[in-house]
Each structure stands twice: as structure tokens, then as C-alpha cells.
Design a protein around this ligand. Structure first.
Ligand code: ADQ
Length: 743
């Protein structure tokens, strides 16, 4: 899928990924040079992207032998043995590296963004070298990019890079993903370089955050600090004439890889070995896996564990907590933190241990992934206690490795992952007493509830894996590229090119006539737009084209004498009666049968809504409680099995869509309507959705297509849905003039 997307959208484009950390490190081992790959889902997923798309990865060459293997442009083809893209290394002197990385990045931006202000340490030389390092990165990127390159930057080490690049090459497309939280203005304001940091980041075309809250906090900071135009509704900041779009893209993991590793024989053997080694055959197991990092709040978690054994003493000897913590930063305050964690574990073990059991097993080193999934799979409880966290991938790794499906995830409500992972037990890590009670609750939870919570979690992570994250970001980048190349294609700059004589107007509904809303049943057409359409229909034929059922769309628009196409054109109303009912009787019978079975099988589960749209159907489950979600998915999956030869079943936001495999599309609908009712007319089509692409294509060369938000297939774009009303209003005026001219 990803490869196909990249081939279609990125061929001919030069993709430049930039990060502090490199994907391949050359080190000296004995007398030999060895290539190391830093572990981590993100690095390997980005590596996949570059392998498929080609391009360049620019990163700091931090390995002891990195310099020995590059060419005179500091480049080396990678992956070793089967090269498909270029790694370009950036060299930082030890002094600059120290101040830029250990200084400004780790002692200023990291604690600032994680709201641990007592750990923030500003030094002038940190900032000076941070600027120098960003300039060195900028020079390297510029050497390798042309005006139509796409630069994709990662994280807080490179805040100034987008601004530096924009100053030198204003046409570059620049996107940046911010992996850590973005704090409120009340916190960010303490940064002496707040203005410069924000200005640097506003060099981006796209700035991605983990969750919407961080994007909003960023916007608030810009509002307080810079004289910029802010469009909160569309999340766009315009500063010094340049627009930056902000958007949330929750990062994820390679679900299938973790699932496959967890169900492998190697995992089963590893579990046996680990249990034997730590004498864990009896009783419950809790797991914590973290970088040894104060924001992950290992101390709070250990305090909660200590209190748990105090308050629920009967669990002594029956529960063991395994804490795997890898030290990744080797300076202060990490050394003191490591010492404090070690001492606290020793104290807890001293206090509660028995002759053949100790409450906490401490593994203070990196554990290979295959081994890590074994720990995840065997653990009855996974604990994440961060005091603030961009996302937290361990939570998702634990879920994906829960092949037996009955572990309980205790997740800090202050981690970005808490926004997504319904089914977890959320904890406030500062409330140590509440935390210890939650551990008790997790242990006492009935088996059925554990299973249904875990089923919900697994479905969520499976449906939103790292490849979807990448595709969502790249899709947004492609749209931005198109919008930029479409300068001059903004509809309001081209009104004189819009045909007003002999025109046939086609309009999509959701996102075009009606704003996008949380729940589809609340999507109503604004009164002013209805009034405009009532006036406009006197001057030109109008057709509304929608994926909704015909009756539904007719009722929502509520205007007589116009054409409606429902169910993507499988039902058409010509203004007086229904002229197309493209039901295959067989499909309808099958759908009825499937819906009857679904109603029966899902009846015991509260909150399921089955919507029969005649030709298609939607199964809404927004109102199903998390504890029943597992049962819902199981029953749904079981019931639809055997119908996949007739229907395509796709997942939306808390809804499953069921459509006949042979269903029509909006392109075919427009062509059919033009053929029947508008042979010599000129179509104008306004839509916003990917399903409108078929219509844009269908009228290419014989009409005008307009996309709200932009689409490479459309002739012109509108920036937002509200502009549709403005356009229709203008069209009314223009049409009147043209009617008079024709008299
Ligand atoms: P981190 O804070 O590093 O990164 P986190 O999401 O907590 O990331 O993931 C840590 C990773 O390290 C996991 O993949 C985990 O398996 C691995 N790991 C931890 N301890 C390990 C050990 N002992 N041995 C082996 N592997 C270990 C930042 C942000 C996060 C955000 C990520 C991704 O702080 O909030 O989720 O980026 O955007």
C-alpha cells in the first residue's frame, strides 16, 4: 500500500528526511568497522519509506567510524549491501555537539516541553551552538535539495532549521513532526528564545503534533508572542506572508510485526526461560519498559508499587513487577535519577521480599525486541506512568504483543496515548494512592472485562499503525505541494474563468454544503446556503451528489425540483421521481439477510446502531461501552464472515460501512446525469472528499472541478467549506448578469 502510494505521489520528487539520529551508525568493534542500526519503530519505518521512494536522509554522524566510510560529500549509500537511498552525515565538533545536543536540546527544550521547569537550565553557549548546529544541518540539506524537494524534519533538535531553509529556498516544501508535547504559553513563556523558536518552526509548511491539544497550545504561544494571523478553525498560522498548517498525527508502531513476534515460537521459548530465571511460574506479573528518563516517572510508579504492597499485603509473594529501564542519556540529571531508581528498588525489595520472592525485578539495560515482546506478552499488567509524554509507544507495543488478549494496560492520563487508547485504565501518576488502588483493580478485574478492554485496544492499534501514520503525513504533504503548485488556481482568483452560461452545477453534501461535524446525523445545510440554492436553481440545473441514502439527502437539503444522487449515484431522483434504482435484487436480499443476522447477533450489546440505507448500510458503535467492545468486534466479525464476496466492509470513525462490491461511484453518477439531462451543458462540480475524485476525473476537459481543501485532480480549490457559500453567492450574481445578457 505504502509503496504504491509513494510510487504514485512521490516519483520524480526528491524526498529529504532530516533527524538528529542517523539510521545506520558505523562503529569500531575490535579491528573491524561494524554497522549498527538504532532500535526503534520510527527509524525503521522511515527507512522503509526511503527504500521505497528513494531520496536522502540527513543526520548527525555520531558513530566513531562514520567519517571513514563516506564520500567527499559526506554521503554513503544505504542500506549496506542493498543500497536504495543516500545517508548524508553532518559533522559537529565535540564542543558544538555538547552544547547543542546535551545542552539546549536536552537541558532546555526537553524539560521545558515536558513541564519540568526545575530541570530547565539555560546557558548562552547552549543557544549559540544550537543555532550553529541548525545552520550546519541547513547547509547540508540545501546542498542536496532543489526547489521542488520535499524536506521532512523530525523533532525538537531542529527547531531553527525550517526557518533557515525557508530564508534560502522559499519554494521548498517543508514538513516537521514534533515528537514530544508542546506546552501551554504559561510554561513556554519562560524560554528566553521563545520568539526565535516559534519563528524557526513557522518556516514549515506543515507542523505535525501527536495530539490536537499540542497543536492548539502551539497556536496559543504564537498568538501571545508573534504578530501573526491565526485561523484556529483550519489550524493555519500565517506569519510574514507564509502559511503553516498545524495538524495532529498520533504516531504508532508496526502492529503486525509485534503481533507476529509475540506469537512466534521464539517468544514462547523466551517466556519459559524468563519465568524460570526469575522464578515467576506462579502469580501475576506487571511490566514497565522505559528509557531511564525522569519524564517516564519511574519513581512515582515505584512509590505506587510500594504502597500497593503495604495496603494490599495479601498480594506479597503473588505479584512481581519487572522494570526494564535502559539508560539512554549518560549525564546529569540522568546519573542521579538512575541512582535514585536503583536505591528505591532496593528499599522496596528489602521491605517486602520473602525468602523466595522479591517484588521488583530490575533489568537496567537494553533488551532486544524479540525478548521484549516475550516480557510484554507474559505480563498481566503493563504500566506507563509518564508525568508528560508526546505519545508513548511502549503502551502500543504492550497491546500489540498481548497475543493472549487478557493483559490490562494502566496508562498515565498525561501521555498522548491516553487520547486514543480507550480500554486502558487511566491513572494520574501524581496520585500515588489512587495509582496503587488501580493496580489492585487491574488484578481483581473479571476475566471477561480484561478480554473486552484488550480487544478494543488491539483493534485501535491494529487500525492505526505506523504505516497509516506515515501515509497520513505524506498525504498531507502531497496536498500542500499541490496547493503550492496550484498558485493561481485559487478559485476566487479565477472567477472570470468559471462558465456561467449553459452551466450544470453539481454539489457534494458533507464537507461541501454542510460543515463536517462529529456525528453525520448532525450535518445540516446552513440556511443561507439553502436560500442561495433556491435562487440559483432559477438560472441553472443543480444536482446534489452524496454517499448518503437518497431519502436522507433529499430531506437534508429540502429543495424541490433539483436532481439528487444518493448512495454514490446508485439512486437518482430527477426532481419529480426516482429514475435510477440500481439495486441488484440479489444484493438487496443478501444485505437484508446480513442486516437481520447482525441485528440478532448484536442485539445483546447495548449501543449498536444498524443503519439500513437500502443499497448500503452503516453499523455505528460509538455508543458501545468499552467493556462490551471486544464482544461487539467478535460478534461483528463472525457475522460478516461469508459475505465478503458480495460486500466491501470498511471501518470509519466508530462505524463499519457495508457496500456492494459493484457499487457506483460519483464519477459514473455525474456522467449518467449529464448524458440524460445536460448533454450540451458545461458541468461545474464542487466537492471535498476523496470520493469526489471520480467526479473530478469524469468532467476533466469538459467542465470545471473545484475542491474544498485542494486535490490534484481538481481544476481549482477553495480554502475552506465556508467559502462554498461565498462562491455560490457570487455565482448567483454572475448568472443573473448572464441571463440578462441572453435576453
Ligand atoms: P521516547 O520517549 O523515546 O520518544 P517512547 O514512545 O517512550 O519514546 O518509546 C520508547 C521506545 O524505546 C520504545 O520503542 C521501547 O520499546 C524502547 N525501549 C525502552 N526501553 C527499552 C529497553 N530497555 N530495551 C529496548 N528497548 C527499549 C519520543 C517521545 C514519545 C513518542 C516517541 C515517538 O518522548 O512520547 O512516543 O518519541 O514519537
Amino acid at each position: 500500500m505504502l509503496r504504491l502510494f509513494l510510487e504514485e505521489n512521490f516519483s520524480g520528487k526528491n524526498l529529504v528526511v532530516v533527524s538528529n539520529r542517523e539510521p545506520y551508525i558505523h562503529k569500531k568493534v575490535g579491528t573491524q568497522i561494524k554497522v549498527d542500526r538504532p532500535a526503534g519503530g520510527l527509524t525503521s519505518a522511515l527507512d522503509d519509506v526511503l527504500r521505497a521512494a528513494g531520496g536522502i536522509w540527513v543526520a548527525w554522524g555520531s558513530g566513531s567510524r562514520d567519517k571513514d566510510v563516506v564520500d567527499n560529500k559526506s554521503c554513503i549509500p544505504v542500506p549496506p549491501g542493498n543500497p536504495s537511498y543516500t545517508l548524508k552525515r553532518v559533522w559537529l565538533s565535540p564542543g558544538i555537539a555538547e552544547n547543542y545536543y546535551h545542552g539546549y536540546a536536552n537541558q532546555v527544550l526537553w524539560p521545558l516541553c515536558h513541564i519540568t521547569l526545575d530541570r530547565v537550565y539555560f546557558r548562552k553557549r547552549f543557544w549559540e551552538d544550537y543555532k550553529k548546529a541548525n545552520r550546519i544541518f541547513a547547509k547540508a540539506v540545501l546542498e542536496e535539495s532543489s526547489d521542488d524537494s520535499i524536506v521532512w524534519i523530525h523533532d525538537y533538535h531542529l527547531c531553527l532549521l525550517p526557518g533557515f531553509l525557508r530564508d534560502c529556498k522559499s519554494d521548498l516544501t517543508i514538513a516537521h513532526f514534533w515528537h514530544i508535547p508542546w506546552p501551554d504559553w504559561g510554561v513556554f513563556r519562560v524560554c528566553p528564545q521563545a520568539k526565535e523558536i516559534l519563528e524557526g518552526l513557522l518556516g514549515n509548511d506543515l507542523l505535525g503534533f501527536q495530539i490536537p491539544l499540542f497543536a492548539k497550545s502551539f497556536m496559543d504561544c504564537v498568538k501571545e508572542c508573534l504578530d501573526a494571523d491565526l485561523d484556529y478553525q483550519n489550524a493555519v498560522v500565517t506569519y510574514k506572508g507564509h502559511a503553516t498548517r498545524l495538524k495532529a498525527f498520533p504516531i504508532s508502531i508496526d502492529y503486525q510485526k509485534f503481533h507476529a513476534m509475540a506469537t512466534s515460537r521464539r517468544a514462547v521459548n523466551a517466556i519459559k526461560r524468563i519465568k524460570q530465571k526469575h522464578r515467576l511460574d506462579q502469580g501475576y506479573i506487571g511490566i514497565g519498559v522505559d528509557r531511564l528518563e525522569y519524564t517516564k516517572a519511574l519513581i512515582k510508579r515505584l512509590q505506587a508499587i510500594d504502597l500497593f504492597f503495604e495496603r494490599y499485603a495479601r498480594y506479597r509473594g503473588r505479584v512481581t513487577f519487572i522494570q526494564i529501564a535502559v539508560p539512554t542519556r549518560t549525564k546529569e540529571p540522568y546519573l542521579s535519577y538512575q541512582k535514585a531508581v536503583g536505591e528505591l528498588i532496593a528499599r522496596i525489595n528489602g521491605k517486602h521480599a520473602t525468602t523466595d520472592w522479591k517484588p521488583v525485578v530490575y533489568i537496567d539495560k537494553k533488551v532486544e525486541h524479540q525478548e521484549l515482546v516475550a516480557y510484554y506478552r507474559m505480563a498481566d499488567i503493563g504500566i506507563i506512568s509518564s508525568v508528560y509524554d508526546g505519545m508513548n509507544l511502549v503502551a502500543k507495543e504492550y497491546v500489540a504483543s498481548q497475543a493472549d488478549g487478557h493483559g490490562v494496560l494502566i496508562l498515565s492520563e498525561l501521555a498522548g496515548a491516553a487520547e486514543e487508547l480507550e480500554g486502558a485504565l487511566l491513572v494520574n501518576p501524581y496520585d500515588v494512592e489512587g495509582f496503587s488502588d488501580l493496580i489492585y483493580k487491574a488484578l481483581k478485574m473479571p476475566h471477561t472485562e480484561k478480554a473486552s478492554r484488550m480487544a478494543v485496544l488491539r483493534q485501535q492499534v491494529r487500525a492505526n499503525d505506523i504505516y497509516k501514520w506515515i501515509a497520513d503525513i505524506l498525504h498531507e504533504i502531497v496536498n500542500i505541494c499541490w496547493m503550492k503548485s496550484a498558485t493561481g488556481r485559487y478559485l476566487f482568483d479565477n472567477l472570470d474563468r468559471i462558465p456561467v452560461k449553459n452551466t450544470f452545477l453539481f454539489l457534494d453534501y458533507d464537507g461541501t454544503l454542510s460543515p463536517i461535524v462529529e456525528s453525520p446525523d448532525k450535518a445540516f445545510i446552513p440556511g443561507e446556503i439553502r436560500d442561495i440554492l433556491l435562487r440559483l436553481k432559477k438560472h441553472m440545473p443543480i444536482a446534489i451528489i452524496s454517499g448518503r441514502a437518497l431519502e436522507d439527502i433529499k430531506e437534508r437539503v429540502g429543495i424541490e425540483d433539483i436532481i439528487y444522487a444518493g448512495n454514490h449515484g446508485a439512486e437518482i431522483w430527477n426532481g419529480r421521481r426516482q429514475v435510477v434504482r440500481r439495486h441488484s435484487a440479489g444484493d438487496r436480499d443478501r444485505l437484508e439477510e446480513l442486516l437481520r443476522r447482525l441485528r440478532e447477533d448484536l442485539m445483546p450489546i447495548q449501543g449498536v446502531m444498524v443503519e439500513d440505507k437500502g443499497i448500503t448500510a452503516s453499523i455505528h458503535f460509538r455508543k458501545v461501552s468499552p467493556k462490551d467492545m471486544g464482544a461487539f468486534f467478535d460478534a461483528f466479525r463472525e457475522t460478516v464472515r461469508g459475505y465478503e464476496d458480495t460486500f466491501r466492509i470498511t471501518a470509519g470513525k466508530k462505524v463499519f460501512e457495508i457496500r456492494p462490491l459493484k457499487a457506483w461511484n460519483k464519477g459514473k453518477a455525474v456522467s449518467w446525469i449529464m448524458e440524460k439531462f445536460g448533454k450540451r451543458k458545461m458541468p461545474i462540480y464542487v466537492g471535498d472528499d476523496t470520493t469526489d475524485e471520480d467526479a473530478f476525473k469524469a468532467i476533466k476537459g469538459r467542465g470545471v472541478s473545484i475542491c474544498v481543501g485542494g486535490n490534484p485532480e481538481a481544476d481549482y480549490y477553495l480554502k475552506r467549506q465556508e467559502e462554498v457559500g461565498e462562491f455560490l453567492e457570487q455565482l448567483t450574481g454572475l448568472s443573473k448578469i448572464s441571463s440578462f445578457a441572453n435576453l
